[in-house]
Write a protein that binds this ligand. Structure first.
Ligand SMILES: NC(=O)c1ccc[n+]([C@@H]2O[C@H](COP(=O)([O-])OP(=O)(O)OC[C@H]3O[C@@H](n4cnc5c(N)ncnc54)[C@H](O)[C@@H]3O)[C@@H](O)[C@H]2O)c1
Length: 364
């Protein structure tokens, strides 16, 4: 599964800026655009959104708030590519809308960084991975949590053999209700599992280096239904790996908006010779303002001198390094395909009420 794939290195061209576009200019897409626009060795060649007004407002903010040369705005990747050359693209469209722009970009010969989850179905994920292989371009998924040092430390302790095999892991991730009711206009077309468990499934699967063979999931509903949003409030998923290790993942997105952080985040990992308790809820910082308490997050995204730091930055830098060096990204589509298969099986299990097998096989 982890056979190293290589492309021709571009080291000799390391000083030539990479020309990068962004498709989808919502919360995440604008962050990608801002990051690329602030890199010395990257030219942000344009931003794309079906909602031209949204893209125009993002372009304006990038220029006026962050001093980035105002990126041209387009309604489709085709029109962008007709007027500007590009080497790569970030795709940050909603979870259900990754396949079309990803395949279009790969077919046009661009490397692609796509937001998590890669896809909502294994069929879509396979189409995208095939397009990458055909094009000889990298398709990387932004599973940026892998660049948070404490998760990397757990990974290394397990994969070097120091802690032996993982026995059991448990994670709980909770968003405030603002996320499905106000932030995302498409919560009913995704789920707490696709949106939140995608991160932790990827982490635990990476820790073990193992295949997921079976899942069983249960969901609870009511709060969001009453708000007219057709989505589970919470989903619990129980996962079995080929070696016999087990893990459970809880995702919910109905915390009151007064909660001190946007996402609460907890995981424990129990191994044969070591245990880790990873409480990312507070990250050790509690801030008391005059009117509220906050637990600011510093591991994923934070700002310093107007620039973006944290695991988001490391993940995006890994993408450009992979392009320049010709080395396969740590989170290439084919490597994280099993996350999509498991998420799809979790939703099958929610429907059938039964355990479901997962086809987490090595991909080419
Ligand atoms: N890595 C993380 O921690 C993280 C956090 C939040 C969201 N995400 C992921 O990022 C992606 C985007 O989420 P978001 O919160 O920015 O969503 P959003 O709704 O804020 O933005 C999505 C944008 O894509 C546009 N769009 C939809 N279809 C399009 C198409 N075919 N072509 C061009 N534009 C299109 C929409 O008009 C919208 O402006 C999702 O997959 C989400 O799960 C990742």
């Amino acid at each position: 599964m982890n056979v190293e794939h290589q492309l021709r290195p571009l080291e000799s061209e390391a000083r030539v800026p990479l020309r990068i576009a962004v498709v989808g200019t919502g919360l995440l897409g604008e962050r990608h655009a801002r990051f690329w626009g602030q890199q010395d060795n990257v030219d942000l060649v344009g931003i794309v959104d079906l909602d031209l007004g949204r893209a125009n407002r993002a372009s304006e903010r990038l220029a006026t708030t962050f001093g980035i040369p105002r990126p041209p705005v387009f309604m489709s990747l085709d029109t962008l590519l007709a007027s500007a050359a590009a080497d790569a693209v970030s795709v940050a469209t909603p979870d259900f809308a990754h396949r079309v722009p990803v395949v279009q970009a790969l077919d046009a010969g661009l490397h692609v960084l796509v937001e998590k989850p890669l896809a909502m179905t294994t069929a879509d994920a396979m189409v995208m991975a095939d397009a990458a292989r055909r094009a000889g371009r990298w398709l990387m998924v932004n599973h940026s949590m892998r660049w948070i040092p404490r998760y990397r430390a757990v990974h290394d302790a397990i994969r070097t053999g120091e802690w032996g095999q993982m026995v059991v892991a448990h994670s709980a991730k909770s968003d405030v209700i603002h996320v499905p009711t106000e932030m995302l206009r498409w919560a009913s077309r995704s789920s707490a599992a696709y949106f939140l468990t995608a991160h932790d499934l990827d982490l635990v699967r990476w820790f073990t280096g193992d295949r997921i063979v079976r899942v069983f999931a249960q969901g609870a509903r009511g709060v969001l239904d009453r708000r007219g949003i057709d989505a589970y409030d919470a989903i619990q998923s129980s996962v079995t790996f080929a070696s016999g290790s087990i893990a459970s993942f809880e995702a919910s997105w109905i915390h009151p908006n007064t909660y001190p952080s946007f996402t609460d985040d907890y995981m424990h990992v129990i191994c044969e010779k070591g245990v880790a308790y990873l409480d990312r809820g507070r990250e050790g910082t509690e801030v008391f303002d005059t009117d509220r308490v906050r637990h600011p997050k510093h591991s994923t995204v934070y700002e310093q001198d107007g620039r973006i730091y944290g695991s988001f930055r490391h993940s995006l830098e890994h993408f450009t390094r992979s392009i320049r060096a010709g080395t396969e990204p740590l989170t290439s589509a084919r490597r994280v395909m099993g996350v999509v298969s498991a998420l799809e099986a979790i939703h099958r299990s929610l429907e059938t009420g039964m355990p479901e097998t997962v086809d987490d096989q090595p991909v080419y």
